[in-house]
Design a protein around this ligand. Sequence first.
Ligand code: JFZ
Length: 421
Amino acid sequence: ALALNTVAQTGPYVPTADNLAARKKFQELKFGLFIHWGIYSILGAGEWVMYEKKIPYDSYKRLAGFFNPQEFNAKEWVQFAKKAGMKYITITSRHHDGFSMFGTKMSPYNIVDATPYHKDPLMELAKECEKEGIELHFYYSLLDWGRPDYAFGSPIVDGKPQNGDWDSYIKFMKDQLTELITQYPAVKGIWFDGHWERKNANWHYDEIYGLIHKLNPAILVGNNHHLEPIEGEDFQMFEKDLPGANTTGFSGESKIGKLPLETCETINNSWGFNITDRSFKSSKQIIHYLVNAAGRDANFLLNIGPMPNGKIQSEFTDTLAIVGNWMQKNGESVYNTRGSSMPPQPWGVMTANGKTLYAHVTTSPAQAYIFIPQMKEKVTKAVLLNGGTAVKFKQQPEGVFIYTNGLAMDPVDTIVKLTVN
Ligand code: JFZ
């Protein structure tokens, strides 16, 4: 009896019906806006600037005194995301520099108490998201470059104790997460990061995830740990990588699990605002990333780093307006779809919504056709999504040939809409 009891108490995480519904909803959103914004944005050299430039913590902290984003307007950000066709926002509530971008009672090192701005932009954003039907996730860093209770030495904080007070640090995180989950409307998820720095630390995930789900069972927990999902998580993320592609090595260790998937990438090469980074991705590259994620059954979370004044640079708004126009025309082949059972092909990927399938031809085929292997259902109709032109096809036991010769191919994505029974 004792053994059974023990099992019952520490048994596997069982997501509630609300949580499962939230996962399903999340999978249908498909396209989200990732935002890295903090006091580091002032220096315009990315969110790792403290570490990379070896700025001592006490000096770095002075940036808070200059952070005054007078032009921040939550409405503008949410409209920017909506116009781009995005359905959710994931924003840094606290990054590795340890600065809280929200009004926390757990540390004075936060935007309300330590900056001349004295306001809580995440509260504004949460209210606006709730109003506009945009889901909100909070990025939350597990690793902290400054707190003395974070139990590991830091290369930049001289004299920091190597054995902090780990219990105190874990409690601090739990208290902040409680604030984020109970005080902000619209918050639907927590996006953890920083695990990879201390892979062998005891992060107390059982307690942390347990607390989150106790406070709100529908909250979706994800963690950028580059491992297979850990007990208590609700979605699996891939950083700068498509699930199964393993191109960057960041997620090379992680096999695809059974949870909803999300892949994140940034619009240039930086997450936080970077004044010298002009390697902007084109609208075509972004659309291809989004379509490739959807075809692999994953959401795409595209990052931007807003400027320290609270504005979003025009290169980003221009590009994303084009992406938004594309989504307006072609959104039915992305939103609410799931990846099809067909693995990615040389010509592209497929998405599925019930009896409707979408072949996304993102690379024009060398032959006069594309081939869809192993199609079990019978194709009854094939048309171009744009304009409805009938497309010739031939179904064989080994798959379906879709004849693309003579079709007006779209340089971004030629979408063939198939009806199956
Ligand atoms: C992490 C953060 O460090 C980064 O600032 C940003 O927030 C991004 C979304 O997530 O990036 C990582 C994560 C892991 C490694 C490197 C960067 N890693 O394992 O080497």
